[in-house]
Ligand binder design. Structure first.
Ligand code: 5GP
Length: 215
């Protein structure tokens, strides 16, 4: 029997919102339960940051390679964000889901909108920082950006955060453990949806049908 189709989870948040950490922790919890999951590694034209690895954090490509992939329809979604292009490989997502894995997309709001339009069963989650002060502190804490860059990121974050209403779920990332629990609960709930449980439910009912058929 072929495995049932895995779910598709879109997780968006402004930069510094903590979505990558939350996704990674939920995937670790899923692995302990034996639930297959896959983190979608995007293509981007952005230059690698220090410590980032090809094929692990992103597939780093030039603009012309990216544009060719767009023309060939290879992206499930793609968007321009702060001057760089980002896209999600359709083939990888489809193959992982077909193999039964739940796929997590760590993407920004324009991409999320495209995925929702193409994949109606996708579950979308927006991760909000608990306050302006906390987001500012988190961005400054990374020690990577000058104050002016941080203020620019905060303006971008605000614009993105106004889109939270378009998502199925909102998680306030105040305490990491609680945010992880919340995303995990969303994943468990998605597994229990009738459409995803129907094949298993029917198998259980088959035994009852066999036992309860009137002679
Ligand atoms: P960064 O350059 O900081 O890694 O990512 C910038 C933004 O692009 C983040 O919000 C990240 O989630 C988003 N992003 C990463 N990959 C993709 C993708 O494949 N598609 C879209 N639409 N956004 C992405």
């Amino acid at each position: 029997m072929s495995p049932r189709l895995g779910g598709l989870f879109i997780v968006a948040s402004p930069s510094g919102g903590g979505k990558t950490t939350i996704i990674r922790e939920v995937m670790a919890a899923m692995a302990e339960r034996g639930w297959p999951s896959h983190f979608s590694v995007s293509h981007t034209t952005r230059a690698p940051r220090e410590g980032e690895r090809e094929g692990v954090d992103y597939h780093f490509v030039d603009r012309s390679t990216f544009q060719t992939m767009v023309t060939r329809g290879e992206f499930l979604e793609w968007a321009e964000y702060v001057g760089n292009l980002y896209g999600t490989s359709r083939a990888t997502v489809d193959a992982q889901r077909a193999g039964g894995a739940d796929v997590f997309l760590d993407i920004e709001v324009q991409g999320a909108e495209q995925v929702r339009a193409h994949v109606p069963e996708a579950v979308s989650v927006f991760v909000l920082p608990p306050s302006l002060a906390v987001l500012r502190q988190r961005l400054a804490g990374r020690g990577k950006d000058a104050p002016a860059v941080i203020e620019k990121r905060i303006h971008i974050a605000f614009r993105e955060m106004t889109h939270y209403v378009e998502f199925d779920y909102v998680i306030i990332n105040d305490r990491l453990d609680e945010a992880v629990q919340a995303l995990d609960a969303i994943v468990v709930a998605a597994h229990c949806r009738t459409a995803r449980r129907a094949a298993l439910a029917e198998r259980i009912l088959d035994d009852f049908r066999a036992a309860c058929t009137e002679a």
